[in-house]
Ligand binder design. Sequence first.
Ligand code: SAM
Length: 274
Amino acid sequence: MTDARTWFDANRTNWNDRADIHIDDENGFYGIDRLLAGGILLTEIERAELPDLSGLRVAHLQCHIGTDSISLKRLGAAEVVGLDFSPRALIHARDLAGRCAEDVRFVEGNVLDAPALIGDDFDLVFTSWGTLGWFGDVPAWARAAAGCLKPGGRLYFADAHPAALMFDTDQGDFALRYDWVTPVETPIVMGETETYTGSKRMIANPRTYQWGHGMGRVLNAVIGAGMRIEFVNEHDGVPWKIFDIATRGEDGLFRTDDPRVKFPLSWSFAATRT
Ligand SMILES: C[S@@+](CC[C@H](N)C(=O)[O-])C[C@H]1O[C@@H](n2cnc3c(N)ncnc32)[C@H](O)[C@@H]1O
């Protein structure tokens, strides 16, 4: 029977495979060379919306191979703790932080257990690009994020827009394919054999279970977890080639240039723990 444990295990196995591909960064998607040269890899969206990180204690949920965790430290954070459930991703993250000479701590575990794993008194919880779709239970995710924050601490979130995720991302034209909200008990079963970086290396364990979440579901969960929404923004760019026709701008974000209509490719919000 397929259940939450099966979904979790399959997704973690898949992310272990992807982490090993991503760290090699054959085509530069992850910007490892720039990071090793001292760069900061956060997108213009995050750079514009994050507060001054000087002196802040930051929890980075779903830190993957640590590229953004290292970048957050370089933006002045006093402390950065990255959390991820993929042991392979964390091996690479620790190695990368060492090679970058940045002091970042990485902890293995499920985001839904985050407060117990990393603590409850962070100034900022940061999570971005490809995170919430790995959870069916959004209220549980929001409680975990809020639970890592001290009162007055802030959650920052940026990800693909729910409207953009309704389309088949493999087709040049926009074919509607997915409901904008996925029921918790029936995740979308995916079987991508190649990862989003453009690497041609095959993912050995392609099966994953994912969920689409409308903005209402997400924001109501955040409010229900005791947070006050500070802002919600929608953007025309996203940091990966979400559609075949998307092209990369000078700022590194991919945008579509469809002559028919414009629609948002990503969104972001911040919320404060009350
Ligand atoms: C798209 S990546 C992270 C995004 C980040 N912007 C990046 O590219 O470095 C998604 C990450 O979520 C992690 N992940 C998925 N489900 C998780 C869970 N339940 N708990 C902790 N980490 C999880 C995966 O291991 C993966 O590293």
